[in-house]
Design a protein. Sequence first.
Length: 305
Amino acid sequence: MPDDREAQVAALVALLRQPGARWTEIATDVLAEGNALTALHRRLGAEATLFADDPARDALDAALAELQEWAANGIAVHSLFDDTYPARLRDIHQMPPIIFTRGAVADDRWAVAVVGTRKPSEHGVSIAESCATALAESGITVVSGLAAGIDTAAHTAALRAGGRTVAVIGTGVNRYYPATNKTLQDRIVKNGLVLSQFWPDAPPGKHTFPMRNAVMSGYAAATVVVEAAYRSGARMQARLALEHGRPVVLADSLLEHDWAREYAKRPGVYVVSNANELVTTVNQLVREIPDSPQALEGLPRLELL
């Protein structure tokens, strides 16, 4: 028999697996109910007590089997009931009711997202690598989206520096996208965390990456945008971060874009002109996070770019 926690998670999975299920609606319903099993029984028209032929029981058994299969394949499941669910994600209205991870879950209170275009300039790659290296060496978790370009540079630099990095991806954790980042994704699983709000085998889609950006913004304490055009996930993440009350740091080279000049006027947005200034600004923002460590001294001096 499953324990209470496993039964609650299985009931939530069963609810989310129902045809036409709206995840935000189900999360709200379960939170209001305070019990996923009760919500499952009510939605499937079953009584409070489960019987062998109840639709709720069948759905619950199928969900329990999935949980066992995921666990056997090294996939951890974290529901909004769990202490392991990222606390900062509870602050955003796009909060996924369940997330899937591979790798080591940690508090990551001091985490900063470094994002940008999939087709960066050499200058942009240099900024991303310098920023991610300095953050990692300071004990700050580097978060990014495992996309080609700036994301790849940030993850790789953090790993090279011996730091922790978290990849928030737009597919299921069993997928590799882009395929060229398979080796990098496997390295992150061994030395950090890969996180997704999508079913483990879910393929990429146009809607999945904006959803991924919302979760990445919510997971991180701040977002650094290195290079991004108007129609880009990085610009979208900057907007989402501000909606979530998270500070945004922009490289001044972005001011060639109208959107960046407009964002630069908003409260909570910081524009920096070189890697030293960027890292100093991020460090100050991290220090302002409640209960942040007081010993983030010795950020490396970086050459001006």
